[in-house]
Every structure is written in structure tokens, then in C-alpha cells.
Design a protein around this ligand. Structure first.
Ligand SMILES: Cc1cc2nc3c(=O)[nH]c(=O)nc-3n(C[C@H](O)[C@H](O)[C@H](O)COP(=O)(O)OP(=O)(O)OC[C@H]3O[C@@H](n4cnc5c(N)ncnc54)[C@H](O)[C@@H]3O)c2cc1C
Length: 435
């Protein structure tokens, strides 16, 4: 039994290790050092191409919980992160070179992993895990394209609007309705009067934008105009675009407000909403500052901020199952950022889950279903959730995990209880999936 893993980044290394630890021989292909993506600079595996932080290490924060689950489950990358950790307050930050070198050494030393140098340009026969990341080489992108057939199934550019939790929207200042009452009342409408709108417009048109990486062509942003660029075109431009109030009378006054921001359901459960037409390239703190000026969003919890950057990712909800396997050809599994999980830890988690499941399948064992109550399981279920339209990559967050089903006072306390529930389940699963 042999599995080919393509790409020795975060998800590929975790996947290769978990397979090998379970007795499956792995051929791991990495195009470095012969060829590097524009964001990778060293010859090591698992290179952190930007920040050296794996974000919060507190379990009341969803990414802290995800890391803790991965520790319980025996993740290679979490072990290496612990060993190379540097002081960073409540976050888990690592010595980036020490971390990548340790992962590389462990992976290369594993007796069941054979490392091959070179770019893979076609999808090999047999069991394959594709882990080529957000900057997948062009030849591999073409091969994936050929495999999927439909050009709409592979994206090269992320232009996402922010997502907020439904429960954090102030419904005293908003109402549910469809424009002109056509169809069901699926949108949350967040009104602004003239004074509120002008203050918002001023802040939006002068807010600070995020840096454009050298390899990202500013031109690509023009295909999909950021909301702040539209705002700069004129004081009223937004009121004729995404903030137009036509057909949306406020039930409190019976009149159309000066401007209306619409929120659209982002998952079938209705726990997450996206800000319609708000694709943006502003810095994250600026998004929080400016978008919280919308009265109904004054206490909004942002699950994801808007981003506009280069990113290769699949239309996973239509293509993948909960084990990140291609439904139309289950011998092929995708892991990492290209599945639409967003971030270092999330990519690692997808590599872990997919490899554990694949090893079980190859060994004739029943599937292991990580439930949505675990952060590891919630991610797999989110990216394979067919009810999601307009899929965009997502960090782990509590909004994609089922609520407790009872009231708990205080957000921190509530999240701690969700985390306790998740870790209890992860402990049980870890007994079942240990090599
Ligand atoms: C510029 C940039 C900055 C980012 N900053 C952050 C951040 O600060 N924090 C965060 O959490 N996330 C960040 N991300 C997201 C980050 O990429 C992912 O979180 C994570 O690295 C993805 O892991 P991965 O395994 O999917 O891909 P990667 O870690 O990128 O690994 C993919 C590997 O595949 C190799 N490869 C590509 N094509 C081929 C091929 N055809 N044949 C063989 N090998 C191939 C690449 O060389 C690479 O080693 C950033 C992404 C980008 C692009």
C-alpha cells in the first residue's frame, strides 16, 4: 500500500506523517528547492510563509481549541510547534526556521516516507493526497482543472466579504425582509439614517488598506471592486450600489432608510451571515472599526474579515466529502488551504483528518466521523456542506460548531463549555485512532 502526497507544506507533512505512523508507505513530492512559490523562500518543509504565530493558545478561542484537539490526537506539527515555541503572550508562536527544520528532519527520517524532489505536473495513479497549497504551481492547477472539468470549481483569487454571527447582530436595529418583499424574508437589513451613513462613508473612504504582496497583481482587484474603492467614487455611490434602500421600507417607520446594508445567510443553520457586496481589502482592525459603525453591527462578532488575495481553492461543498475526498473519484483527497480551510492550524487539521481516515479505509476499518462538536470535525463538515452557496475559505470559529442547546452566561464561559465538550470527544476519538 502506497499513498502519494503532493506538497510538503503544513497539511502535506501532517498527512504524510499520520499515514506513515499507521503503517502506510508514503511518497512525498515537494517542488522545492527546484521551484518555489512566490511566498516560499527556504528549502524546508512546512514553511510558515508569513506570520510565525499559530494564533491564540486559549481554548475559549476556536483556533486555540483546534490546536488543543490536535495535541490530544497526536499531531506532528503541534509537537514540533511546542518544541520550537517562542514567547508570545497568549498565542502559540514559533521560531519559524527551527519549526520548519524540525518538521523536515522528522518527515525525512521516517522509514515509511520517501521524499521526492520535483514539481508534480500531472495527477498520479493510485491513492493521492494533493496538498499543494494556496499558491499551487500553474502546471498542477492545470492538472486539477483537467480533473474537475468545470472552470467554476477551482478559484485562483479570494474576494470575500466579512462574515458575522447571527446572534451578534442587534435585531433591535435591523429587520428580516427581501427587497420589494419578493421571495422569503431571508435577508437581515441594517438601516442607516443620513447622519450615520455620512459618518460611515467618511470612515470607509479614508480607512487604511492592507498591503498588496509583491506577487499579487493589483489589477486582479479591479475585476471585483472593493467596497472602499466604490465609496471613494462619490458620497452617494454606495446608495445606488450595495447599500441601496429601494424596496426596503423599515417596518418601524414605513419609510425607506437613507441606506441599508444587507446580510445574507451563509449556512443552512442561519448562524452565520455575510455582508452583501462588502468584498474589501481593508486591514482587519479597520474593518472592525468601520463596519461596527453600522448600528445593527455595533457589537458584531466577525467570524472572518473580508480578504482579496491570490488563493487557489476548490468549490469544496460541491466536490468534497467530510473526509476531504473527491466525491467523483475517491482515490483523490485534497488537504490544506486549497480545500477552503484558511490558516496554518486549519490546514494542519485537514491533513490530519484526511490521513487518519485514508489509512483506515486502506486497512479495511470503518470510517471515523469526527463530529461537528469537535473543531477538527466542524471544519471538514463546513467545507463539504452542500448548502453553502458562494463558498469562501474560512478560519475555524465557534459559529460552525453546534450550540450547547442551553443558555450560558458570558461569551468566554460559553466558549469554554463548547471547548470542554469538544475535548471530551477528541479524547475518546484519539483512543480509537491512535497508531
Ligand atoms: C502570502 C501568504 C501569507 C499567508 N499568511 C498566513 C499567516 O500569517 N497565517 C496563517 O495562518 N496562514 C497564512 N497563509 C495561509 C497559508 O498558506 C496556509 O495557512 C498554509 O500554509 C497552507 O498550508 P498548505 O499545506 O495548504 O500549503 P503550503 O504550506 O503552502 O504548502 C504547499 C506546498 O506545496 C508545494 N507545491 C506547490 N505546487 C507543487 C507541485 N506542483 N508539486 C510539488 N510541490 C508543490 C509548495 O512548494 C509548498 O511547499 C498565508 C498564505 C499566503 C499565500
Amino acid at each position: 500500500m502506497n499513498v502519494t502526497v503532493i506538497g510538503a507544506g503544513l497539511s502535506g507533512c501532517e498527512a504524510a506523517w499520520q499515514l506513515a505512523e499507521r503503517g502506510i508507505a508514503v511518497t512525498l513530492w515537494e517542488m522545492k528547492p527546484h521551484k518555489k512559490t512566490p511566498a516560499h523562500h527556504t528549502n524546508d518543509f512546512a514553511e510558515l510563509c508569513c506570520s510565525n504565530s499559530l494564533r491564540s493558545d486559549h481554548i475559549e478561542n476556536a483556533v486555540g481549541l483546534l490546536k488543543e484537539e490536535l495535541r490530544v490526537l497526536g499531531s506532528l506539527l503541534m509537537t514540533c510547534a511546542e518544541e520550537t515555541r517562542v514567547e508570545a503572550g497568549g498565542a502559540l508562536a514559533v521560531d519559524r526556521h527551527g519549526f520548519a527544520q524540525l518538521v523536515t528532519a522528522k518527515v525525512k527520517a521516517h522509514h515509511l516516507i520517501t521524499v521526492m524532489d520535483g514539481e508534480v505536473t500531472a495527477i498520479p495513479d493510485g491513492e493521492v493526497i494533493i496538498a499543494t497549497g494556496p499558491l499551487t504551481s500553474d502546471a498542477m492547477s492545470d492538472a486539477i482543472h483537467g480533473l474537475l472539468g468545470d472552470t467554476k470549481d477551482l478559484h485562483f483569487f479570494d474576494a470575500a466579504a466579512p462574515l458575522v454571527t447571527a446572534e451578534s447582530v442587534d435585531m433591535e436595529s435591523a429587520w428580516m425582509a427581501a427587497r420589494y418583499d419578493r421571495g422569503t424574508a431571508d435577508y437581515i437589513n441594517c438601516p442607516m439614517d443620513k447622519e450615520q451613513y455620512l459618518a460611515f462613508w467618511e470612515a470607509l473612504s479614508t480607512a487604511e488598506e492592507a498591503e498588496v504582496h509583491g506577487f499579487e497583481d493589483k489589477m486582479v482587484f479591479e475585476g471585483c471592486m472593493p467596497v472602499e474603492v466604490m465609496a471613494r467614487r462619490g458620497r452617494e455611490t454606495l446608495c445606488f450600489g450595495p447599500l441601496k434602500p429601494k424596496g426596503l421600507p423599515d417596518p418601524k417607520t414605513g419609510r425607506e432608510p437613507y441606506a441599508v446594508v444587507q446580510l445574507r445567510k451563509d449556512n443552512a443553520e442561519g448562524s452565520v451571515y455575510n455582508m452583501v457586496g462588502f468584498q474589501t481589502h481593508l486591514r482587519f482592525p479597520e474593518q472592525k472599526r468601520v463596519f461596527s459603525m453600522i448600528p445593527a453591527l455595533k457589537n458584531a462578532e466577525f467570524l472572518r474579515y473580508g480578504v482579496m488575495h491570490r488563493n487557489t481553492f476548490l468549490n469544496s461543498p460541491q466536490l468534497l466529502d467530510r473526509y476531504y475526498r473527491l466525491k467523483s473519484d475517491p482515490r483523490i483527497t485534497f488537504v490544506g488551504q486549497m480545500t477552503g480551510v484558511e490558516g496554518y492550524v486549519e490546514s494542519t487539521a485537514s491533513g490530519y483528518l484526511a490521513a487518519v481516515e485514508l489509512s483506515r479505509r486502506l486497512q479495511g476499518k470503518p470510517p471515523i466521523n469526527f463530529p461537528a462538536e469537535t473543531a477538527v470535525g466542524a471544519l471538514g463538515l463546513y467545507v463539504s456542506n452542500q448548502s453553502i452557496v458562494n463558498f469562501q475559505p474560512m478560519n475555524i470559529n465557534f459559529g460552525i460548531m453546534p450550540p450547547l442547546g442551553r443558555k450560558v452566561k458570558g461569551k468566554r464561559e460559553k466558549n469554554l463549555e463548547i471547548a470542554d465538550r469538544a475535548l471530551g470527544l477528541a479524547e475518546v476519538i484519539s483512543q480509537e485512532v491512535q497508531p
